[in-house]
Design a protein around this ligand. Structure first.
Ligand SMILES: C[S@@+](CC[C@H](N)C(=O)[O-])C[C@H]1O[C@@H](n2cnc3c(N)ncnc32)[C@H](O)[C@@H]1O
Length: 271
């Protein structure tokens, strides 16, 4: 094992973990052989997986900047991921230096690296708590969350690349509804979710087979993701592929490029 493969106490490196596989795709160093092996299996059958992860990360930056520009200064980021350039607090605090971010993830590897999410600056505060989105009441009650977020003022709730780990029998729509219940009118929801809508017919079976083998994520079609946004008014342009959500001026939006982006994104406002 290389130095890069140092394993913090309590971290299971016998099975791939979503946060670490994603970290590998976006060019991070916090991943282990088992994670890289799975990521490479995905890449072998579908190189689009890496493009999709990078598109998601770029959407995160555009959407958080948008929220901060609307004056939102508190963010509840559930499914934080391993710290990487362009963390939510970095983007938000560029616009609103006093912005606060409560990070929540259920993977102890994220906890092990959470110090990188808590910069020692005089900017706004951040905090991290281990929590599971499938238990929204516990997330909302967590002291670290309560300390940072004032639920009487608009909050931006982030669910980026996380609901595809929540099976239908855990009621993902109900989870989103519960989280939105806790925040006032004017709050924003930023959501992204992988999809199999763009899998070419030949690779579809092989991609889904690798996925099943790892009991990994559950890509959903557009029609099954849209109901997760039932509690918000969708902002333009709606639930669209990541590159299409308020693209940068020089973005490549050709059909060939869009066929590579297997993730839907949206921002909505609680009425
Ligand atoms: C694909 S990464 C996304 C990271 C980041 N939100 C982004 O968009 O760049 C998904 C994250 O969700 C976390 N996650 C998966 N299931 C979760 C659950 N049930 N509760 C909390 N976090 C979860 C994983 O540990 C991982 O860090």
């Amino acid at each position: 094992m290389s130095e890069q493969d140092w394993v913090p106490t309590g971290i299971d490196v016998s099975r791939p973990h979503p946060a670490r596989v994603y970290d590998y795709h976006i060019g991070g160093k916090t991943n282990y052989p088992v994670d890289r092996e799975l990521a490479e299996k995905f890449i072998a059958v579908a190189p689009q997986t890496t493009v999709t992860a990078l598109d998601n990360r770029a959407f995160l930056a555009r959407a958080v900047r948008y929220a901060a520009e609307q004056g939102i200064d508190q963010f509840l980021d559930i499914g934080t991921g391993i710290p990487a350039p362009g963390n939510t607090h970095e983007i938000a605090q560029e616009v609103v230096p006093s912005a606060r971010v409560a990070y929540v993830d259920n993977d102890p590897i994220v906890l092990a690296h959470a110090r990188a999410l808590m910069p020692a600056t005089d900017k706004g505060r951040t905090g991290f708590t281990l929590g599971d989105v499938r238990e929204p009441d516990k997330v909302l009650a967590a002291p670290e969350v309560r300390e940072l977020i004032d639920f009487d003022r608009p909050v931006c709730v982030l669910l980026l690349g996380i609901l595809h780990y929540v099976a239908d029998d855990r009621d993902p729509a109900g989870i989103v509804a519960r989280l939105l219940d806790a925040v006032p009118s004017g709050s924003l929801l930023i959501l992204s979710h992988t999809t199999s809508d763009f899998l070419p017919p030949i690779s579809a079976d092989s991609v889904l087979a690798v996925n099943d083998e790892a009991e990994f994520m559950l890509p959903r079609p557009h029609a099954q993701i849209l109901p997760f946004l039932a509690g918000v008014e969708l902002l333009e342009p709606g639930l669209v592929q990541a590159p299409l959500w308020h693209p940068d001026e020089d973005a490549d939006l050709s059909p060939e490029r869009l066929a590579q982006s297997w993730i839907y994104c949206a921002v909505g406002r609680k009425p």
